[in-house]
Design a protein around this ligand. Structure first.
Ligand code: ADP
Ligand code: MG
Length: 826
C-alpha cells in the first residue's frame, strides 16, 4: 500500500504552512477520485487557499476554451502559464501524465536515492520534539514508514506540526533526500495528509473498495520546480470536475470502428484512471484524435489552396526554357524528367502549385527548379529562390548564372537580394524586382520584407525548406497579384509518414537516382576510442589530397570552447537521457530546436522559447572539436605546412563568409575548417575530402548532408567520420549507419529507429507547448495513415467542416496554438 516515486520536482513552497490541510482535501491520491469540486481548498502555486470553488465548477460550466484564470484563480493560472504557457482548460487537459505510479509497487524507503526528490506514501510512526543544541529553537522529528523502512522528517521551529503529524496518520511526503548523522531524512518536506476516512479505510480489513484503491494508478505529471505533479493533478481534477460534456472531434462511426472511447472518457481516464488498463485506451483514443485533427487541418489547408486560382504558366516555343535545354551539357536523368513533367503540369494549371521535391544531395533538384523558373519567365513572370543563408543565396546566384550562360543571364538578369547588401546595391536590386527587369531573384528571408515588391511574381522556390516556415511562404505568397506557384526543395529524405504529416498539404515528387556520371563517395569511420593513432593519419591523408590539387572540409561541432555554434550544433547522445524521461524534450526536439535556431540565438534561448525543458545544463563544449582549436592544430601540423587553411562559421559576418566561400570555390583555399554552415547546398566540385570531427554529435541526416558536399564532380569523394564514441554507444551506431550506406532513404529510416523517442514532428514543430503530445511520427505511421484516410473522407465532402463543428473547433484550437509554426514546416 505504499510507494515511492522519484520525481524531478524538488520543492514547492510549503503547502499547509500555518493552516494545515483542511479536512477532506484528500484528493485522488487516496481515493482515486478527487472531490475537490466539493471541498474547500486547493493547493496551488504553493499555498493553500480557501478555495470557495466557483459555482460554475459544480454546475459543470467550463469548456475547453475557458480561461484557466477563471477556473483556478489568477495566481495558479499564472503559475501554469509561466511554467508551461497554458491558458485554457483545454491546454491543461492536454498536459498528460508522463507515467503512472502504482500504490502496489513498493520501493523500499531504505533504497531512497540520496539527493533526489522523492514522493513517498507513508505512515507516521513517531513524533518527537527536541531543542537544538547549538541554537535556540526546536526540531520536530517525525519518523515515517512505508512498511519497508523508515525515514526521518525534520522541521525546524515548527512544533505546531506535531498536531497534525500524529502517529498513525498517513499521507504523501515529498522532498529531497539528505543524510544527517548517518540517517536518511527529508528536511522540511511538503506533505499532504490523507483524511481519517481514507486512512481508516486503508488500515482496516481489505475491502473491495480498498483493493480498488490500491489498483488505482497515480498520475505523475511533467512538473517543474515551481509546480509539483500533485498540484497539477489537483488543478486537472478541478477542471475535469467542472467540465461540460465535451463533444467528440471524431465522428462516432469512426470512433466505434476503431474501438475508441469518447473524448471526454479519454480525458477522464488518462488523468484519473481507475484501472491500469484505462490509460492505454485513453492514450489510443487521444493519439488517434491528435493524428486525425492534424490531418484534417492539413487537408483543409490543401483544399483551401486548391480553391484559389492563379495564372497558368506555359513555356514558349523557342523561349528561355528551350534555349536552356538546348545548351544543357547533360541529359536529365529519368527521375529529373519525371519530376520536371509533374512540375510543368502543375505550372500549366490555374491551381497554384504546392509541391515538394525531395532528392538526394546532388540529384539535380536545382536544375529542375531552374527549368521551372524559366518556364515562368517565358510567360513573363518572375521567380524567387529562397535560400536559408546568405552563403547559400550567393552561391545559388553564382551557379544559376553559370548554368544560364552569358546570353540567358543577360536577358533574365538574376539578382541577389539579401539583408547584407550595401544600401545602393540593394536599392538597385529592389527596383529591378519591382520593375520586372529581373526574372530571377535569389535571396534570403530579407525577401520577405515589405519593401520588396515584384512586378509579376509567378513562382517561389524554397530551397532546403527545413528552415522556412509556412508563414514565410505565406509572406511571399501575398506579394503576387495572384497566388504564386510554390516549389519546395529538400535534400533530406522524408519517410512517408513524416511526409504525410509535416508536408501533408504539399504534393510530393521524388528524385531517387543520381546522375550516372557521379563519382562515388567512400565513407569511413575513424573510431578514435579504439584506434587513437589514426588521428594523425587523417591529416596525412588530407595533405595527400591537397597535393593532388584537391580541396577538403574539416567539420567541427562547435566554433570555440565557449560557443557551440548556435543553430548548428546538434546534440547526440547527451540529449537521450532527457528524452527517455521526458518526451517533450526528446533528442530530436532538441536537435531541431538547435537546428531551427536562427544564427546568433543561444540554444538555451530556443529551448526556452519552445517550452522544451532541458533538465540538463547546456552541454559544455570543452571536449568537442572546435573550429578555433582545429585551426590552431592544423596550422602547426608538419604535414600541412604548405596548405592554405581558412575558417568558416556562423559568427563571421555575411561578407566574410561570402569572401571565404568564394575563395574556396576559386581554389584559393585548400582546407576549410567549418561548422555545419556548409551543411546545405555548398557546391565545390573540386572538394574531395571531408573530415567530420566528433561525428557522433551530429544527427544522421546531418552527416548525410555534410557528406554530400564532397564527390560532387568527377573526383571521388572521401568522408572520414571521426568519433571518440565508445563501442556499443548510440553515437557510434549512428556514425556507422551513415558510413554503411549512401542511400538517404535508408538513412532516414535508420535515423527514426535510432531516435527511439523519435518525435520527428514535435521536433520540427519545436517541442513546444501544444505540438503533438502522444503521436510519434516515427512509431505511429499506421495511425497517421489511418487518420488521414478518415480525415480525407470528411474534408472531401465538407471542406469547411460545416457539418463537423467540434472538429472545426479542434482544428481551430490546434491552429491557434501552433499558429503557422506548425503546419507546413518541417
Ligand atoms: P541538388 O540541388 O539536388 O543538390 P544540383 O541541381 O545542384 O543538385 O546538381 C548537382 C550537380 O550535378 C550540379 O553541378 C549540376 O549541374 C549537376 N547535374 C544535375 N543534373 C545532372 C544530370 N542529369 N547529369 C549530370 N549532371 C547533373
Ligand atoms: Mg541544391
Amino acid at each position: 500500500m505504499f510507494h515511492v516515486t522519484r520525481e524531478r520536482r524538488i520543492r514547492h513552497s510549503q503547502c499547509g504552512e500555518g493552516v494545515g490541510l483542511p479536512h477532506g482535501v484528500s484528493g485522488s491520491l487516496w481515493a482515486g477520485h478527487l472531490q475537490l469540486g466539493r471541498t474547500t481548498a486547493q493547493c496551488v502555486g504553493g499555498t493553500w487557499k480557501d478555495g470557495v470553488v466557483d459555482d460554475r465548477a459544480r454546475a459543470g460550466r467550463f469548456t475547453l476554451d475557458t480561461k484557466l484564470s477563471g477556473i483556478l484563480g489568477g495566481r495558479s493560472a499564472q503559475a501554469l502559464h509561466r511554467a508551461f504557457g497554458y491558458e485554457t482548460a483545454g491546454d491543461l487537459l492536454a498536459h498528460y501524465p508522463r507515467r503512472y505510479a502504482m500504490r502496489g509497487e513498493l520501493t523500499a524507503l531504505e533504497t531512497l536515492p540520496l539527493d533526489e526528490s522523492v514522493t513517498i506514501i507513508a505512515e507516521v510512526l513517531e513524533v518527537r520534539e527536541r531543542s537544538m543544541r547549538a541554537r535556540r529553537g526546536t526540531i520536530l522529528e517525525v519518523k515515517i514508514s512505508d512498511g519497508t523502512g523508515t525515514l526521518l522528517l525534520t522541521f525546524f521551529n515548527q512544533a505546531w506540526r506535531a498536531a497534525e503529524l500524529s502517529p498513525g496518520v498517513r499521507g504523501i511526503f515529498a522532498g529531497r533526500v539528505s543524510v544527517y548523522q548517518g540517517a536518511r531524512q527529508l528536511a522540511h518536506p511538503d506533505y499532504q495528509l490523507f483524511t481519517d476516512a481514507d486512512a481508516s479505510a486503508a488500515r482496516g480489513e481489505p475491502t473491495a473498495e480498498m483493493k480498488r484503491w490500491a489498483e488505482t494508478p497515480i498520475p505523475i505529471y511533467p512538473s517543474t520546480a515551481s509546480i509539483a505533479s500533485w498540484q497539477i493533478q489537483k488543478m486537472v481534477e478541478l477542471v475535469l470536475d467542472g467540465l461540460v460534456e465535451v463533444a467528440d472531434p471524431l465522428p462516432p462511426a469512426g470512433r466505434v470502428a476503431r474501438s475508441l472511447v469518447s473524448h471526454r472518457a479519454a480525458l477522464d481516464s488518462i488523468h484519473r484512471p481507475e484501472t491500469q488498463a484505462d490509460p492505454a485506451l485513453a492514450r489510443r483514443t487521444l493519439r488517434f484524435t491528435e493524428a486525425f485533427v492534424l490531418q484534417t487541418a492539413l487537408l483543409q489547408r490543401r483544399a483551401a489552396l486548391r480553391e484559389q486560382s492563379t495564372v497558368a504558366r506555359h513555356p514558349q516555343a523557342g523561349g528561355y526554357l528551350d534555349r536552356f535545354d538546348a545548351a544543357l551539357p547533360f541529359q536529365l536523368t529519368a527521375d529529373q524528367q519525371r519530376v520536371a513533367t509533374e512540375i510543368a503540369t502543375d505550372l500549366a494549371s490555374d491551381i497554384p502549385m504546392s509541391r515538394l521535391v525531395q532528392g538526394e544531395v546532388g540529384s539535380g533538384k536545382t536544375v529542375v527548379a531552374l527549368r521551372a523558373m524559366l518556364a515562368v519567365a517565358d510567360s513573363g513572370g518572375q521567380s524567387v529562390l529562397l535560400a536559408p543563408t546568405e552563403v547559400l543565396a550567393a552561391q545559388h546566384l553564382r551557379s544559376i548564372a553559370r548554368m544560364l550562360g552569358p546570353n540567358l543571364a543577360v536577358s533574365l538578369l538574376p539578382t541577389l537580394i539579401t539583408g547584407q547588401l550595401p544600401a545602393a546595391e540593394r536599392k538597385r536590386a529592389l527596383l529591378r524586382a519591382a520593375a520586372g527587369q529581373t526574372h530571377l531573384i535569389v535571396g534570403t528571408h530579407a525577401l520577405l520584407s515589405d519593401r520588396v515588391m515584384f512586378a509579376d511574381l509567378g513562382l517561389i522556390v524554397v530551397d532546403e525548406q527545413h528552415r522556412f516556415g509556412v508563414e514565410q511562404r505565406e509572406a511571399l505568397r501575398v506579394k503576387g497579384q495572384s497566388p504564386p506557384h510554390v516549389l519546395v526543395l529538400t535534400a533530406t529524405p522524408i519517410p512517408r509518414t513524416v511526409a504525410m504529416t509535416v508536408f501533408g498539404d504539399l504534393d510530393i515528387s521524388t528524385i531517387a537516382e543520381l546522375p550516372a556520371d557521379r563519382a562515388t563517395i567512400t565513407s569511413q569511420v575513424v573510431p578514435l576510442a579504439i584506434r587513437p593513432a589514426w588521428r594523425d593519419r587523417i591529416w596525412h591523408r588530407l595533405a595527400e589530397e591537397v597535393q593532388q590539387g584537391r580541396q577538403a572540409f574539416v567539420v567541427c561541432p562547435a566554433i570555440d570552447q565557449k560557443t557551440g555554434e548556435p543553430g548548428e550544433l546538434t546534440l547526440g547522445d547527451s540529449a537521450e537521457g532527457v528524452a527517455a524521461s521526458d518526451p517533450s524534450a526528446s533528442s530530436s526536439a532538441r536537435e531541431a530546436a538547435a537546428r531551427a535556431a536562427p544564427e546568433g540565438t543561444a540554444r538555451s534561448e530556443v529551448a526556452r522559447k519552445n517550452g522544451t525543458r532541458t533538465h540538463t545544463a547546456p552541454e559544455s563544449t570543452a571536449t568537442m572539436a572546435t573550429v578555433s582549436a582545429m585551426m590552431a592544430e592544423l596550422a602547426e601540423h608538419p604535414a600541412l605546412s604548405s596548405v592554405r587553411i581558412a575558417a568558416l562559421h556562423g559568427r563571421l559576418s555575411a561578407d566574410e563568409k561570402d569572401r571565404v566561400m568564394r575563395a574556396f570555390a576559386a581554389g584559393d583555399i585548400d582546407v576549410l575548417v567549418a561548422t555545419t554552415v556548409i551543411e546545405v547546398g555548398v557546391d565545390v566540385p573540386n572538394a574531395s575530402v571531408m573530415v567530420v570531427l566528433d561525428a557522433d554529435r551530429f544527427g544522421v541526416s546531418q552527416l548525410h548532408q555534410l557528406r554530400g558536399r564532397v564527390g560532387r564532380g568527377e573526383v571521388p569523394g572521401l568522408c572520414l567520420l571521426v568519433t571518440t564514441a565508445g563501442p556499443g554507444s548510440v553515437g557510434l551506431e549512428r556514425v556507422e549507419a551513415v558510413a554503411a550506406t549512401l542511400d538517404g532513404f535508408e538513412l532516414a529510416r535508420v535515423d527514426l529507429e535510432l531516435r527511439r523517442e523519435g518525435d520527428v514532428l514535435g521536433a520540427a514543430q519545436s517541442g513546444g507547448r501544444s505540438s503533438l503530445r502522444l503521436l510519434r511520427v516515427a512509431h505511429h505511421g499506421d495511425i497517421i495513415a489511418d487518420a488521414r484516410e478518415l480525415a480525407q473522407q470528411i474534408v472531401e465532402v465538407d471542406p469547411q467542416l460545416r457539418e463537423h463543428p467540434t472538429l472545426a473547433d479542434a482544428v481551430r484550437r490546434r491552429l491557434n496554438d501552433e499558429a503557422s509554426e506548425f503546419l507546413g514546416k518541417g
